[in-house]
Design a binder for this molecule. Structure first.
Ligand code: KIV
Ligand code: ZN
Length: 518
């Protein structure tokens, strides 16, 4: 059997379903482009029927990301499948991914259908999907809690209808590795037409076993794994892409399988996702956590200095983790900056370099030493994915242990300048109150995180906010050596996203269908 494992990334679909991880169309496109650079085989771009925005995201990615297969999710009902196809039709390599639950508990309480009815729905769904495209994936939701004889019947039926990939999800993260081995082995032994499809697994992490289960399934014969960057996803998340890929890479002796992933792109992809969603990875997270390659104990440091392999099973470079090297200073020029970014794997266009250089000189005025981590932050800050409707001219706050704090904010919009002062419980709250006073939008901050990018008193502080405007949550991000400045700009980033989303919605409502124009 071939040893190539297909990496199916569902960061933009199942990953996006995790609380606070919603992304707009531009953010999803940016993420999809990075997933293509990472070398994933399949990008599940969304669930087109779930919302107009999701539909738009799938359609945009299908049109613009031409390397990987682009998949769209659909329940096993005609409306979903037709809508998914509408979004995917322009893809170079489209895939419809249709699913229905097969466990008795889902049949009885959720679908209120018999096994025979579900079997027929599954058949019909695959048949319809197949009328649109050759590449059809079927998932038996909650497969790992499904009666194994019935699962075999369903799998056989959907292959008869033409499913090219059959996915066995551990929807609620219930299985353990040996059990997964049995399920995959049984399917391979009992389903007569199993060789006509690729078997896939999709593991959730409720017991912390998603990666272990995925690896067990691969060993038992699965040749596609569904996973997400940083392991984000519903509840405890999905299997983490970087952990599966690096396990296959590092333990190739026991896991002799290959993937198309370019591992040095891993860290960049992980950072991009965190920067877009504001969901940081825990410091001790395998592969991409801040401490994943930090050796603190003296005995470890001594060992690593003598020979890296004493305590390092893979190098930071192999997954693209930047070394905390001093890179540039105040007098470095544009050329040096461009070259440094290239060494870090970022090839900037002229416009991107212009923006990055402007921010770099600003930062170099405030901060003596600039590290690779600072350059990454500049990159995220400089290349904004949405128009800056309001920009911050000034924020000045007065704060201390006497409440309330006050802040004055000066914003600019279309050349007009607005000034507002406000009070609040702390300088950040006061600045946000002042911004609301100017924009007329009322934001409720539901999450606020600040982290220092590097060490030292002049460290850059990076702020992420999740803000609720009228029932919809938007994330904002900004970095600065001044945390009040970073906080105000992060909030403004979220405000600008709301304004942009509203404008887009209005534009799509005003769009007159071609048929009605004549
Ligand atoms: O977890 C799950 O079962 C899913 C399916 C839709 C594949 O996400
Ligand atoms: Zn899932």
């Amino acid at each position: 059997m071939a040893d190539r494992v297909i990496i199916f990334d569902t960061t933009l679909r199942d990953g996006e379903q995790s609380p606070g991880a919603s992304m707009n169309v531009e953010e999803k496109l940016k993420m999809a482009q990075q997933l293509e650079a990472l070398g994933v085989d399949v990008i599940e771009a969304g669930f087109p029927i779930s919302s107009d925005e999701d539909f738009e995201a799938v359609r945009t990615i299908a049109r613009q990301v031409r390397g990987p297969v682009i998949a769209g999710l659909a329940r096993a009902v005609p409306e979903d499948i037709e809508r998914a196809w509408e979004a995917l039709a322009d893809a170079r390599r489209p895939r419809i991914h249709t699913f229905i639950a097969t466990s008795d508990i889902h049949l009885e309480y959720k679908l209120k259908k018999t096994r025979e009815e579900v079997l027929e729905d599954a058949r019909r769904a695959v048949r319809l999907a197949k009328s649109f495209t050759e590449d059809v994936e079927f998932s038996a939701e909650d497969a790992t809690r499904t009666d194994l004889d019935y699962l075999c019947q369903v799998v056989q039926a959907v292959i008869e209808e033409g499913a090219t990939t059959v996915n066995i999800p551990d929807t609620v993260g219930y299985t353990i590795p040996s059990e997964f081995t049995t399920i995959i082995t049984t399917l391979r032994q009992r389903v007569p037409n199993i060789d006509r499809c690729r078997l896939s697994v999709h593991c959730h992490n409720d017991l912390g076993l998603a990666v272990a289960n995925s690896l067990a399934a691969i060993q038992a014969g699965a040749r596609q794994v569904e996973c997400t960057i940083n392991g984000i996803g519903e509840r405890a998340g999905n299997a983490s892409l970087e952990e599966i890929v690096m396990a296959l890479h590092v333990r190739h002796d026991l896991l002799p399988f290959t993937t198309g992933v370019r591992t040095p792109e891993i860290y960049k992809t992980s950072q991009l996702l965190s920067n877009i969603t504001g969901i940081m990875v825990q410091p001790n997270k395998a592969i991409v956590g801040k401490n994943a390659f930090a050796h603190e104990a003296g005995i470890h440091q001594h060992g690593v200095l003598s020979h890296k392999l004493t305590y390092e099973i893979m190098t930071p470079e192999s997954v693209g983790v930047p070394q905390s090297t001093l890179v540039l200073g105040k007098h470095s020029g544009r050329h040096a900056l461009k070259k440094r970014y290239e060494e870090m794997g970022y090839h900037l266009s002229r416009a991107e370099l212009d923006k990055a250089y402007k921010l770099f000189t600003k930062l170099a005025d405030r901060k003596k030493q600039i590290f690779e981590e600072d350059l990454l932050v500049i990159l995220q800050d400089g290349i904004r994915e949405i128009p800056e409707t309001y920009s911050l001219r000034l924020v000045q706050a007065l704060a201390g242990n006497h409440k309330p704090s006050t802040a004055t904010v000066v914003l600019e919009r279309d050349g007009r300048v607005f000034v507002q002062s406000a009070t609040g419980d702390g300088p950040v709250a006061a600045a946000y109150e002042a911004i609301d006073g100017i924009t007329g939008l009322r934001g409720e901050v539901i999450d606020y995180t600040i982290r220092s990018v590097t060490g030292g008193r002049d460290a850059v502080g990076e702020v992420f906010v999740h803000v609720n405007f009228d029932g919809r949550t938007f994330t904002g991000r900004a970095a600065s050596t001044d945390i009040i400045d970073a906080s105000a700009r992060a909030y403004l980033h979220a405000v600008n996203k709301v304004l942009y989303a509203t404008e887009r919605q209005k534009a799509s409502r005003d769009e007159v269908p071609v048929a009605q124009q004549a």
